[in-house]
Design a protein around this ligand. Structure first.
Ligand code: ATP
Ligand code: MG
Length: 399
């Protein structure tokens, strides 16, 4: 076994010495068997949430109704989930109620795919009743049990299948894929927030191109916010070189490919429940991308866009133009680094200075003069120095 499991072994031992069973489960075991980087180590246990809380002094209730308690242990946190079964499903969504059980096998059985239904004990022994390891070796995504039943229980699993295609470059097993194609309309019942989480992972996976093709092929796209009717846009996107783009750049490119009008971008992204702060960042990237398509960057554009935004816009510009050479980014970064100021707050003059110098009360003129000074500093006409700015303003009668 390797880290981060080793650090979590004492957590399992604590549960065991209190008389319970506990295992590593889910994505961490799968990624371990794939020799991939392991994100969160999740633990499944026969202890109920309240029993878990009695054993560990520091816990956070993150999803106690689903049996999950976050345990803080030696500067790490672990999601510890009580073995559960999910018998009753409503409207093709998550179960109405979960029932806690004391049996590991049943807990593994309610999991989505065989590759995600493997448990590992503290010594590294696998408990793998659904042959998940073989699925991993064969690189297939296959539901635990009949795909038709499992997708009817929770339709999100169909999106999860495609997001794992993106992350792992596995193939979806035939029966699983057929069920997905037949039942794709059930995605209508799924909360946008859950779709968003899977879609963003899909957008950022190594094999995102293939996943987007599957989204088209299976008609999943018709059941995603703002994407029904977006077939041509997604096809256009699939044709670009997508691998190196980050999450925001992927969203911006999607908006670009769908040819969404400027005034409708916010509505589209809100439809996906993207946080407003991120929406603004995506809008900025797009604004400068459209500008970049018309003309090259001026120093003032680099300055107002800021490093992160202009790099993202430039990367997207190169992707759209099919330019592989990224020299322009280095070039613009150098120009950016040489800018005398990187932000308005660094200007060595304030509105108060102006009012004092010109002995005038505030008003729209203050903003105008500050803007002129800002342009002059960025263009290298004057130094960012209070005395020099004052002289320049007085001389040119720039008030
Ligand atoms: P990641 O590395 O992205 O976290 P993961 O496989 O750990 O991938 P999670 O969403 O964190 O995915 O879920 C943890 C585990 O819970 C899964 O491996 C799977 O066993 C189970 N699981 C998650 N969502 C579902 C679902 N909708 N239906 C059934 N089982 C699920
Ligand atoms: Mg996980």
């Amino acid at each position: 076994m390797r880290e981060p499991f080793l650090a979590a072994v004492p957590v399992i031992e604590k549960l065991e010495s209190a008389g319970f069973e506990a295992y590593f489960v889910g994505g961490s075991v799968r990624d371990f068997l794939l020799n991939k980087e392991i994100n969160d180590v999740d633990i499944a246990t026969s202890a109920t949430p309240s029993e878990v809380k009695q054993i560990f002094p520091k816990t956070v209730d993150v999803g106690i109704e689903h049996g999950t308690v976050l345990v803080l242990f030696e500067n790490q946190s672990y999601e510890i989930t009580t073995f559960r079964s999910e018998a009753e499903y409503e409207d093709f969504r998550r179960p109405k109620e979960v029932s806690f059980i004391r049996n590991l096998r049943e807990d593994l059985q309610r999991r989505d795919f065989t590759m995600n239904a493997i448990a590992m004990d503290k010594n590294g022994n696998l408990i793998d009743p659904f042959n998940g390891k073989i699925s991993i070796l064969n690189q297939v995504i296959q539901t635990v049990g009949k795909a038709v039943d499992r997708f009817q229980e929770d339709a999100l699993r169909m999106m999860r299948a495609v997001r794992f295609v993106s992350q792992l470059s596995f193939k979806i097993e035939k029966e699983t894929l057929n069920a997905l194609i037949d039942l794709v309309h059930l995605l209508e019942n799924i909360a946008v927030e859950r779709k968003q989480a899977e879609f963003e992972k899909l957008l950022c996976g190594d094999d995102r191109k293939q996943a987007l093709e599957l989204i088209l092929q299976t008609n999943i796209y018709s059941h995603l916010p703002g994407l029904s009717g977006g077939e041509d846009g997604i096809k256009l996107m699939v044709g670009y070189k997508l691998e190196k783009l980050n999450k925001r750049e992927m969203w911006a490119l999607l908006v670009y490919c769908l040819n969404i009008e400027k005034k409708d971008i916010e509505h589209f992204l809100r439809g996906w429940r993207i946080p407003l702060k991120e929406i603004r960042e995506i809008q900025l990237i797009l604004q400068y991308l459209y500008q970049r398509i018309e003309t090259s960057w001026s120093l003032y554009d680099l300055y107002t866009a800021g490093k992160e935004v202009f790099v993202s816009s430039e990367i997207l510009y190169l992707v759209i133009k099919g330019i592989e050479n990224q020299n322009t980014i280095q070039h613009y970064l150098q120009l950016f680094e040489k800018l005398p100021i990187k932000d308005r707050s660094e200007m060595d003059v304030t509105g108060n200075d102006l009012m004092n110098w010109f002995n005038k009360t505030g008003g729209p003129w203050v903003k105008e003069v500050l803007l002129r000074v800002e342009h002059a500093i960025i263009a290298g006409k004057i130094a960012n120095n209070k005395k020099i700015i004052k002289e320049w303003l007085m001389e040119c009668n720039h008030n």
